[in-house]
Design a protein around this ligand. Structure first.
Ligand code: NAP
Length: 211
């Protein structure tokens, strides 16, 4: 697939690297001249390339959003036309004071993202774990892969994202429509409270068992 990344920091860079290694055509949007994160990602993964944001998005079928939540409006508004009809994978999390939900749990961050770019097909994914698990999603010795819960309203968009989740090394677990993103964002807060605030190991993921 042709994939673009808006944001190539702790979250964007490792996911971009895994997808390029899996054979996808991955371009990093140059958010600003001299972006340290884009330069570092390119140095670490020569298969990646960079392009101006508008060009990167227009050349992509799937676009990842991995910027600070507070930057989403300024990042997305100028790209609204370019994003129309494209899949937008929202990896961002609204985090408020005291590790609370940044939108007071009144609506999901992904619903807010969708409101900024009404023509895009927003899918929330790659959001529920710390970046360490995007760097290295392997949990050797288990029959299960780590579960990556994802949600969105467009069936075709979700099918594409499910493929990409698998290509990075997770089991894709579809949890429903975009309204479910609020609950994924609370799962993130649970993980962050356990690990970042509670002193737990970041090498912690959820597994999906079924019978
Ligand atoms: N860190 C985690 O463990 C984790 C896990 C899951 C989800 N998330 C979510 O993922 C998102 C990214 O987190 P991160 O840890 O990857 O952040 P990060 O390491 O700080 O990277 C942020 C990226 O966004 C770019 N950026 C920042 N401000 C921008 C702006 N105004 N316009 C355009 N680009 C801008 C940065 O580019 P420059 O280098 O040029 O500044 C960088 O490439 C956040 O919403 C976070 O909540 C984080």
């Amino acid at each position: 697939m042709k994939i673009a990344f808006l944001g190539a920091g702790q979250v964007g860079a490792p996911i971009a690297r895994h997808l390029a290694d899996a054979g996808h055509d991955v371009v990093l949007a140059e958010s600003r001249e001299g972006s340290a994160s884009v330069a570092a990602a390119l140095q670490r993964a020569p298969k990646l390339r960079a392009a101006p944001a508008d060009e990167a998005v227009r050349g992509a079928e799937v676009v990842f959003l991995a910027t600070p939540f507070g930057a989403n409006e300024s990042v997305l508004r100028p790209l609204a036309d370019a994003l129309a009809g494209r899949v937008l994978v929202d990896c961002t999390n609204p985090v408020g004071a005291g590790l609370s939900h940044g939108l007071k749990s009144e609506r999901a961050g992904s619903e807010y993202v969708q409101s900024l770019v009404p023509g895009a097909k927003v899918v929330k994914a790659f959001s529920i774990y710390g970046f360490e698990n995007f760097e290295n999603p392997a949990y050797p010795g288990y029959a299960l892969r780590p579960a990556m819960l994802f949600c969105g309203d467009d069936r075709d968009a979700k099918a594409r994202v499910a493929t990409l989740i698998g290509d990075v090394g997770f089991e894709a677990v579809d949890v429903g429509g975009l309204a479910q993103a609020l609950h994924l964002e609370h799962m993130t807060l649970l993980w962050v409270r356990m690990v970042r605030a509670g002193g737990g190991s970041p090498n912690l993921v959820w597994g999906a068992l079924r019978r």
